[in-house]
Design a binder for this molecule. Structure first.
Ligand code: PEP
Length: 244
C-alpha cells in the first residue's frame, strides 16, 4: 500500500516570530509515523529557519517554486541547487497561482520540474482545471495536458515525481471537490502515470482541505495525501489533517 504525504503550502505568509511558533507546535505535535510523511513548503527567506527548526525532526521542508535555470542572469530567481543547500526535499512547481499570476506555462512548469529533479529535489507538480474548464467538460483534457508536459520532460525519471491535483476553483475558496470528484480525476492521472511506468507516484489532492474533510478525501483509492494551503498555517488543523 502507498503511504500518505501531507504537504503544507504556506504561500506568501509568515514572519520569523509566527514561523517559530508554528514550527514549534508542529515539531511538538508530530512524531515519526510509518507510512505518513509531513512537509512544509515555506517562502524562500524562511528556508534557513525551517532547516534549523526541522533538521532533527521527522518533518521535511521545501520551496514553493524553483527556477528552470541552473544559474546566471535571472534576477529574482532561485536555483534548485540553492534549495538543496538549505536542505529542501521538495519544490512545488506549476501551482495555479504561479500559472495564473506569473505566466508559468506547461513548458516552464515542465522545465522547472526537470531542474528540480536534476538537483536532487522532488518536484511536486500541480495540475488542475478552472471552473470554466470544468463546466466545459474539459477537466480531463486540461489535467492530462498539464501532466503530459512534465512526463515528457522527465522521461524515465517520472517515477521520482509527486503530482498534486488542485482544482483551481477549490483553492482558497472553501469549496472542496467531493471525494468522488477528486477520485475520478486522480484515477485518470494514475492511469496516465501508470502508462509512463510511474503508477506509484504519490498523487496529492489540494483545494480547501480541512481537518473535517481530509479523512473522506484521503480514503479514496488514488488519493495519497494532500497539498494544504490555508489550513497549514494553523498547527492544530494541519496536524489533524496529517493524522486523518
Ligand atoms: C494550495 O495553495 O495549494 C491550496 C490547496 O490552498 P487551500 O488549501 O487554501 O485551498
Amino acid at each position: 500500500m502507498r503511504g500518505k504525504l501531507i504537504v503544507g503550502n504556506w504561500k506568501m505568509n509568515g514572519s520569523l516570530a509566527a514561523n517559530a511558533a508554528l514550527l514549534g507546535e508542529l515539531t511538538a505535535g508530530w512524531t515519526a509515523t510509518p507510512g505518513r510523511e509531513l512537509a512544509v513548503c515555506v517562502p524562500y527567506p524562511y528556508l534557513m529557519q525551517a532547516q534549523a527548526e526541522l533538521s532533527s525532526t521527522p518533518i521535511a521542508w521545501g520551496a514553493q517554486d524553483v527556477s528552470e535555470h541552473a544559474a546566471g542572469a535571472y534576477t529574482g530567481e532561485v536555483a534548485a541547487a540553492m534549495l538543496v543547500e538549505f536542505g529542501c526535499r521538495y519544490a512545488i512547481v506549476g501551482h495555479s497561482e504561479r500559472r495564473q499570476f506569473y505566466g508559468d506555462t506547461d513548458a516552464v512548469v515542465a522545465a522547472k520540474a526537470k531542474a528540480a529533479l536534476a538537483a536532487g529535489l522532488t518536484p511536486i507538480a500541480c495540475v488542475g482545471e478552472t471552473l470554466a474548464e470544468r463546466d466545459d467538460g474539459a477537466t480531463e483534457a486540461v489535467v492530462l495536458r498539464q501532466l503530459e508536459a512534465v512526463l515528457v520532460a522527465l522521461a524515465d525519471k517520472a517515477t521520482q515525481l509527486v503530482v498534486a491535483y488542485e482544482p483551481v476553483w477549490a483553492i482558497g475558496t472553501g469549496r472542496t471537490a467531493t471525494p468522488a470528484q477528486a477520485q475520478a480525476v486522480h484515477a485518470t492521472l494514475r492511469a496516465r502515470l501508470a502508462k509512463a511506468g510511474a503508477g506509484a507516484v504519490p498523487l496529492l489532492y489540494g483545494g480547501s482541505v480541512k481537518a473535517d474533510n481530509a479523512a473522506s478525501l484521503f480514503a479514496q483509492t488514488d488519493i495519497d495525501g494532500g497539498l494544504i494551503g490555508g489550513a497549514s498555517l494553523k498547527a492544530g488543523e494541519f496536524l489533524a489533517i496529517a493524522r486523518a
